[in-house]
Design a protein around this ligand. Structure first.
Ligand code: UD1
Ligand code: CA
Length: 460
């Protein structure tokens, strides 16, 4: 096999999306559609990958900055798909081997199909190989016109005769080309068609006229080559990806009570005997162990859950970790590096930010715990607040093993509550509390006998 070069077309305007965001950055099942294409392309280990940008090209470059191996070429103005590929010529100068052309808006193409494309192309020593499919409704697509077994040319829907429109084999817009002579051929394409654009599919007829071999690869799974031009197609393809993911999870032993309302991103892993209730979203790079139960209305993003973790209704968990046997919620907010220890419990209306809650510790009601390191077997009373922000900087709170924080206490950071210490309810703690001590700061209680009756008399 010779060198492999990938070119991805992404210069088009995406008018029908009606969006300020470049079309190829819209997310399919949580991942920008062009990232799906890049992931598949990268699996081929190409010698180079060139992305043709144009419309909103700068935004696209910024969004793809992490992919340092990409070469960007700008197509301005956008005069059609042949012109788009021609724009990549400087990036491919001197390249030999095979050029695979992908479209940034066709996200579900499988690696297997790409490998088949490459194999067929190289085995046939072809000038071009076209990925095609036979579809029920070919409206809008270019049609594959064959002469005998062989592809003769491709005709765009707008330019097709009634007879050609009856052809149900369509052009996917995905091709392999021999690098040799490709750009010379593209330069010979004319814009003599309904749209006055330079059509890349016209190169097929050109090669055939030159007596060069052109192959086709017909895909059976038509979804693979579906492009996205509108928001409804975006939703439809996202649904396909999600259905595949939930099916895989169920096959691996995860219970999903209602797959239709369960959103699990492709990069998520979940262990067997975990139960997902309806209306759950699990996103990004989340990993969940076995035997967990995730109740309705929960959203988990980029987080790690051990085994047998219970997440009750309506929790938001982002960039957090929950050790095995932890139980959180309902209505808990765990974020930015929150780490819940083994068998620890977080109850309702509790927020943890950059806070470690040690093994077996509890914060059951209405608390804010930020920038805190909390040991094992600590009890955080209802209404406890770590006052971590002094208006300029975030300050740490340390609560050592076995400490007890009475309800409605404020811990003014930086502050440390020693091992086994008690903080009386309603305290405002401004100084460290030594291990084993009791800290109380609320004033002495006074009872004014008969006060209510006196007040009522005064009023009348
Ligand atoms: C194209 C094919 C058609 C095929 C269909 C499959 C042409 C002329 N037609 O039609 O045979 O059935 O794909 O989906 O190629 N692009 C650029 N620069 C341009 C024009 C387009 O980068 O100047 C990019 C678009 O952003 C898109 C891709 O090329 O990613 C395809 O362009 P599009 O206009 O969507 O072509 P179709 O009309 O769908
Ligand atoms: Ca298209």
């Amino acid at each position: 096999m010779g060198d492999l070069h990938v070119v991805i077309l992404a210069a088009g305007k995406g008018t029908r999306m009606k969006s300020a965001l470049p079309k190829v950055l819209h997310r399919v099942a949580g991942i920008p559609m062009i990232e799906h294409v890049l992931a598949t392309a990268e699996a081929l280990r190409p010698a180079s990958t060139t992305v043709v940008i144009g419309h909103q090209g700068d935004a696209l470059k910024v969004a793809l900055a992490a992919h340092t191996q990409l070469t960007f070429v700008v197509q301005e103005p956008q005069l059609g798909t042949a012109h788009a590929l021609l724009t990549a010529e400087p990036a491919l100068r001197g390249a030999s081997g095979t050029v695979v052309l992908l479209s940034g808006d066709v996200p579900l193409l499988s690696l297997q199909t790409l490998q088949n494309l490459r194999d067929r192309h190289e085995a046939g020593a072809a000038a071009a190989t076209v990925v095609t499919a036979v579809v029920d409704d070919p409206t809008g697509y270019g049609r594959i016109v064959r002469s005998g077994e062989k592809i003769a040319r491709i005709v765009e829907h707008r330019d097709a005769t009634a007879q050609e429109r009856a052809i149900r084999e369509i052009n996917s817009g995905i091709y392999a080309f021999a690098a040799e002579g490709l750009f010379d051929a593209l330069r010979r394409i004319a814009a003599e068609n309904a749209q006055h654009e330079y059509y890349l599919p016209d190169v097929i007829a050109l090669f055939r006229e030159q007596g060069r071999n052109v192959e086709t690869v017909v895909v059976d799974a038509v979804d693979e080559i579906r492009g996205i031009n509108s928001r409804s197609e975006l939703a439809a393809l996202s649904r396909i990806v999600r259905d595949k993911k939930t099916a895989e999870l169920m096959a691996a032993g995860v219970t999903i009570e209602d797959p239709a309302t369960t959103y699990v991103d492709p990069g998520v892993t979940i262990g067997p005997d975990t139960i997902l209730h309806p209306g759950v979203s699990i996103e990004g790079r989340t990993t969940i162990g076995g035997g967990c139960e995730i109740h309705s209305g929960v959203r988990i993003v980029d987080s790690r859950l051990g085994d047998r973790v219970i997440v009750r209704n309506h929790c938001l968990i982002t960039d957090a970790s929950l050790s095995s046997d932890a139980r959180v919620g309902p209505f808990a907010h765990l974020r930015d590096g929150a780490a819940i220890g083994e068998d620890a419990r977080v109850g309702n209306f509790v927020e943890l930010k950059k806070t470690a809650l040690g093994a077996g510790s509890k914060a059951m009601h209405l608390a804010y715990l930020g920038d805190a390191t909390i040991g094992a077997k600590v009890n955080i009373g209802a209404g406890t607040i770590t006052c971590n922000y002094d208006g300029a900087a975030k300050n740490p709170t340390t609560i050592e093993d076995g400490a007890f924080i009475g309800s409605d206490s404020q811990l003014i950071a930086p502050v440390t509550i020693g091992k086994g210490a008690y903080v009386g309810s309603g305290s405002t703690i401004r100084q460290d509390v030594p291990a084993g001590a009791l800290a109380v700061s609320a004033g002495k209680q006074r009872n004014l006998e008969g006060w209510v009756a006196k007040k009522k008399r005064n009023r009348s």
